[in-house]
Design a protein around this ligand. Structure first.
Ligand code: VGL
Length: 215
């Protein structure tokens, strides 16, 4: 397999406003290390699994596009691990998706944060690693899509970074509020993150609402 790119590629593929409405689902970092018992457990992080499974089942039935990101850190990422306890190290159990997360085979796994110095908070910094072929950036897999729904872990870091990137790229962004949870290093972090996202134009919704509106 060709090597991973040395720099992460937030490659700014613009969403097409003129194209027919196409919505993609982004599942952020539902990995063992971010769930209870993990190295960087998000309080109640596993509660996102049930709504996200429902959402993915719905998207799968509609042949929707699904991207699932994972933190995929190098053990030598001194920069990131000076801020956080070591977590989601490549090819370790903590980096695996939670066993109850029902990722359909059509979901693309997006790896991020894999260099020795990158935080990789946003899914748009990640790549889809194709067997025996060059990696594809997350943005390129969303070419032609103009709306995205986002859920996962954690609201105040990777979910927020992903949503804000998506807004900058021109997507209409829906945050699935029932399907994300925050780290809350400070107790106000979740509220602050939600406020920042609201001001950026992100629309707050729930999995049930998205599903009922798209029948
Ligand atoms: C995350 C803290 C450190 C996240 C990742 O997935 O939100 N948070 N690394």
């Amino acid at each position: 397999m060709p090597p991973l790119p040395l720099k992460t590629c937030r490659d700014l593929v613009p969403a097409r406003k003129d194209s027919p409405l196409r919505k993609a689902l982004l599942i952020v970092d539902v990995q063992n290390d971010f769930c209870p018992g993990g190295a960087l457990a998000v309080p109640n992080g596993d509660q996102v699994i049930e709504p996200l499974n429902k959402m993915m089942g719905h998207a799968n039935n509609k042949n929707g596009r699904i991207l699932a990101s994972r933190d995929w850190h190098s053990r030598n990422n001194k920069k990131h691990f000076s801020k956080w306890p070591p977590h989601c190290i490549q090819n370790t159990p903590g980096a695996e998706f939670h066993p109850l997360l029902q990722l359909p085979t059509r979901a693309f796994t997006i790896s991020k944060g894999y260099t020795n110095e990158d935080d990789g908070y946003s899914l748009f910094e990640g790549v889809y690693i194709r067997k025996d072929d060059w990696p594809l950036s997350a943005g390129s897999l969303l070419y032609g899509f103009n709306e995205i729904c986002v859920g996962g872990l954690a609201t105040d870091y990777c979910v927020k970074a992903t949503c804000l990137d998506a807004v900058k790229l021109g997507y209409k962004v829906y945050l699935l509020t029932d399907a994300c949870r925050a780290v809350n290093l400070k107790p106000t972090d979740e509220a602050d993150a939600l406020e920042e996202m609201r001001q950026a134009g992100i629309i707050f919704t729930t999995t049930d609402q998205v599903i009922s509106e798209s029948r």
